[in-house]
Design a binder for this molecule. Structure first.
Ligand SMILES: NC(=O)c1ccc[n+]([C@@H]2O[C@H](COP(=O)([O-])OP(=O)(O)OC[C@H]3O[C@@H](n4cnc5c(N)ncnc54)[C@H](OP(=O)(O)O)[C@@H]3O)[C@@H](O)[C@H]2O)c1
Length: 341
């Protein structure tokens, strides 16, 4: 099952809004096939695994055990149901890490296998498998994307200089790590001041992968058309109070003025099938998500060798349990989880 999870991870950034899934076919403790879901809309892990079996081993398939990191699907989506494929190949035993909470699958895949007389074992490395697909599960269970708050702060807890002057806080190795986070996200959002003064491109540059959907708050459409997010050929959403329209890659999404922006954004992203979001700053935007307890994970980067004495204060995380921490040179990376979610 560990191998299934390793394989599944290779689909990171390419399969959303589908889950990452890996599968391994074992004959007498020897792997005769393996595969993973490589790209959204393309073959599932089980299909790639069965197709990978060498011609001379094909007759062993009905004598083998299939390990798969997620319950096989039982519905017709962009591809046929994997539970049916397993039955067709007469695989006698299936080991599953976790169930698929997507309502069209949840339990139906397991039931289909059992009805065909297949021995099914569930819950092997379940915690790891649930964590691997935290974006997918959160999306289906909470009807909103998995939310990661991310910011870098000086050792004295500032995120920018006074006057919105940008600070390069984290080092180039940490930046690779954060670009990997971007490559694995479906969307990324910044507030108006960050767009105006930092002029970020919000693209993936220091890691291979796809660019997330960029989201900017610009209520009165006051930001300059010359800013980076307007220029590049990447899908971008501008949340505003004035206009609802598409113009090339840019979607202007009109908000109402009475409900909170994070709440309206959640509904919009769920309908758009966006299953993960990075909130990249600045402080006002991050704090609004914290105050609503609307986040799942927070990545806080603190450069222990950098102090400014003054500036724009970093957000304050009021809840959250430290889940993981490590250092990259003088940057301390802390990952918190919101246990209230
Ligand atoms: N170190 C880091 O990791 C990092 C990351 C990003 C940015 N920054 C720094 O952060 C600084 C800007 O921070 P900031 O706190 O002033 O700005 P911000 O959050 O980028 O932008 C604040 C503005 O965005 C709108 N906004 C944000 N959240 C909103 C919400 N929940 N509901 C409604 N409107 C919302 C408001 O616009 P209106 O004024 O139109 O109402 C608000 O004034 C920049 O100088 C940048 O360098 C640092």
């Amino acid at each position: 099952m560990n191998r299934c999870l390793q394989l599944a991870q290779l689909g990171a950034g390419y399969v959303a809004p589908n889950p990452m899934v890996g599968a391994v076919l074992l004959y007498n403790d020897t792997i005769i096939g393996e595969g993973y879901h490589q790209k959204y809309g393309e073959a599932h892990a089980e299909v790639n695994c069965i197709n990978s079996v060498a011609e001379e081993h094909k007759q062993l398939i009905p004598l083998s055990k299939l390990y798969v990191s997620l319950e096989p699907c039982a519905h017709y989506g962009k591809t046929g149901p994997c539970a049916h494929l397993i039955v067709q190949h007469k695989i006698p035993e299936v080991v599953i890490a976790c169930r698929d909470s997507f309502e069209k699958v949840n339990g139906h895949g397991v039931q289909h296998l059992k009805d065909a007389g297949i021995k099914v074992t569930e819950g092997v490395l379940e915690k790891e498998a649930l964590d691997l697909n935290k974006r997918f599960f959160t999306f289906h269970e909470k009807k909103r994307p998995y939310i990661i708050l991310k910011w870098a702060q000086t050792n004295d807890l500032f995120i920018a200089n006074t006057g919105f002057e940008k600070l390069a806080i984290s080092n180039e190795y940490t930046n690779r790590f954060t670009h990997r986070l971007r490559a694995e996200a479906a969307a990324i959002i910044v507030g108006t001041n960050t767009a105006r003064y930092d002029n970020p491109s919000l693209t993936v540059r220091n890691w291979p992968g796809k660019n997330p959907l960029r989201i900017i708050i610009d209520k009165q459409l006051s930001l300059s058309p010359n800013l980076a997010f307007n220029k590049q050929d990447i899908s971008t959403v501008i949340l505003n109070f004035l206009r609802e329209e598409h113009s090339g890659n840019i979607q202007f999404f009109k908000l109402n003025e009475k409900d909170s922006i994070p709440d309206q954004l959640m509904k919009f992203l769920f309908e758009k099938n966006i299953n993960s979001l990075i909130v990249e700053g600045g402080t006002q935007l991050l704090q609004s998500f914290i105050d609503l307890a609307l986040w799942d994970e927070a990545m806080v980067i603190t450069n222990s060798k950098f102090e400014t004495g003054t500036g724009i204060s970093a957000p304050v995380l009021t809840e959250g349990k430290l889940f993981q921490h490590f250092n990259i040179l003088s940057d301390r990376i802390e990952i918190f989880k919101n246990l209230k979610q």
